[in-house]
Write a protein that binds this ligand. Structure first.
Ligand SMILES: [Zn+2]
Ligand SMILES: [Zn+2]
Length: 346
C-alpha cells in the first residue's frame, strides 16, 4: 500500500513509500482509512522540531486524524467488529500510571500517538489499539468523521472551567482548531465572540464562521485591547482562548480578559516564554491548560453538536486530495493557504 512516511531526520524528509499492509495483533484493529486530515503536528514533523525529533523513530507513517472502516481485528478485541465505521482517538495512554488512574488519560506522560511514535493514517490501512476506536454514527460523513479528533480539542476547551454559555470570549489564533472553537463557542451559547490573528485570510474565515468581531493584531493601529473593552462595556472578555502559542498573543489575552476571568491555553509555545505573572495574579485570572481531549466525554459532546446539526464543520474543509498528492497539501498549509486539508488514500 502507499503510505506517507517521515524517512529522514531533517526539514522535509517525507516520502510516499510502498509498504506492506499491516496485520492487527492482539487487542488491535485494522482500519481501512477513508480520510486523514493534515494537522499542525504533521507540519511540526515536517519541520522536524524537537517535539518530533525527540519522539520519532524513522521511518514512520504520519497521520493521526482519521476515519475509516474496521476491516480486520486482532485476538481478544471486544469493542469493534468488521465493517464498523469509526473515527480514531489519538492518545495511546498507558492506562497504568497515576494520571491515567485519576481519569485524566489525555494527560498521561507515557502517551504515544499514531503518526508520531506509531504508524498512522496517511495510508490505505492503519492498525491501532482497540481503545482508540470511536464508533461513528452513519449520519456523519467520513470526511467529518476525520475531523472529530481536532474538533474534540475545541469542544474540550469550550467546556472547561465555566464553559462559554453567556460569556464574552476571545479566540486568539485562528488556525483550524481556533476556527473550530469559534464554531463550538457559538453553538454552546457564547455571547460575544472576538477573534484575533495576523492573517487576513484566517480572519475572514473567522468572520464567516460566526465571530462578531475580528482584529488583525499585526496592524499597528489595531489597538485590540481597546476594541475588546469597547465591545464588553469596558470590562474585557470572560474567557480568552489562546491558540497561537505566541507570547505577544498570551499577553494580549491577559490584558483583554476581565479581572476574575479565565485564560484557557491551547497553543504550545515554541520554548520558555516570558509571562506577566503580576497581571495574572492581580487580576485573579484562572488558567486552564487544554491538552488534547477528554476520553471520551469530549467525543460524546462533539457527537451531539455535529449529529444534531448545532455545528457544521464542512466549511473548514478547504481541500480534499488523493494520497499521492499529499505533499501538495503540506505545501499549501506551510504557505498559509487552506484550512483543513483532507487526504484520501487509495
Ligand atoms: Zn492533530
Ligand atoms: Zn498513563
Amino acid at each position: 500500500m502507499l503510505a506517507l512516511c517521515k524517512v529522514l531526520p531533517e526539514i522535509g524528509g517525507l516520502s510516499l513509500e510502498e509498504v506492506a499492509i499491516p496485520e492487527p495483533q492482539a487487542g488491535e484493529v485494522r482500519v481501512k482509512v477513508a480520510f486523514t486530515g493534515i494537522c499542525g503536528t504533521d507540519l511540526h514533523i515536517h519541520n522536524w522540531i524537537p517535539f518530533a525529533s525527540s519522539r520519532m523513530k524513522l521511518p514512520t507513517i504520519l497521520g493521526h486524524e482519521f476515519s475509516g472502516v474496521v476491516d480486520a481485528i486482532g485476538e481478544g478485541v471486544s469493542k469493534a467488529s468488521i465493517d464498523d465505521f469509526v473515527s480514531i482517538e489519538s492518545h495511546i495512554s498507558c492506562g497504568r500510571c497515576y494520571t491515567c488512574h485519576m481519569g485524566q488519560e489525555n494527560l498521561c506522560m507515557n502517551t504515544r500517538y499514531p503518526g508520531v511514535e506509531e504508524d498512522g493514517g496517511f495510508a490505505s490501512y492503519a492498525v491501532v489499539p482497540e481503545k482508540l476506536i470511536w464508533q461513528q454514527s452513519s449520519e456523519i460523513t467520513p470526511q467529518i468523521a476525520a475531523m472529530f479528533e481536532p474538533f474534540g480539542i475545541a469542544v474540550h476547551a469550550s467546556l472547561k472551567g465555566r464553559g462559554v454559555s453567556g460569556m464574552n470570549v476571545l479566540v486568539a489564533g485562528c488556525g483550524p482548531i481556533g476556527l473550530m472553537n469559534i464554531i463550538a463557542a457559538r453553538a454552546l451559547g457564547a455571547n460575544r465572540v472576538i477573534a484575533t490573528d495576523v492573517s487576513p485570510v484566517r480572519l475572514k474565515q473567522a468572520q464567516e464562521l460566526g465571530a462578531d468581531k475580528v482584529i488583525n493584531v499585526s496592524d499597528a493601529k489595531s489597538n485590540p485591547v481597546k476594541t475588546i473593552k469597547d465591545m464588553t462595556q469596558g470590562n474585557g472578555v470572560d474567557v480568552s482562548f489562546e491558540y497561537s502559542g505566541v507570547p505577544e498573543s498570551l499577553d494580549l489575552a491577559i490584558h483583554a480578559t476581565v479581572a476574575g476571568g479565565e485564560l484557557r491555553l491551547i497553543g504550545v509555545p515554541a520554548g520558555p516564554s516570558l509571562v506577566n505573572l503580576e497581571a495574572i495574579l492581580l487580576k485573579g485570572l484562572t488558567i486552564h491548560n487544554i491538552s488534547g481531549r477528554k476520553l471520551f466525554s469530549s467525543w460524546e459532546h462533539a457527537s451531539k453538536l455535529i449529529r444534531d446539526k448545532q455545528v457544521d464543520l464542512n466549511p473548514l474543509i478547504s481541500h480534499v486530495l488523493p494520497l499521492k498528492e499529499v505533499e501538495r497539501g503540506f505545501e499549501l498549509l506551510l504557505k498559509g493557504e487552506g484550512i483543513k486539508v483532507l487526504v484520501q488514500p487509495e
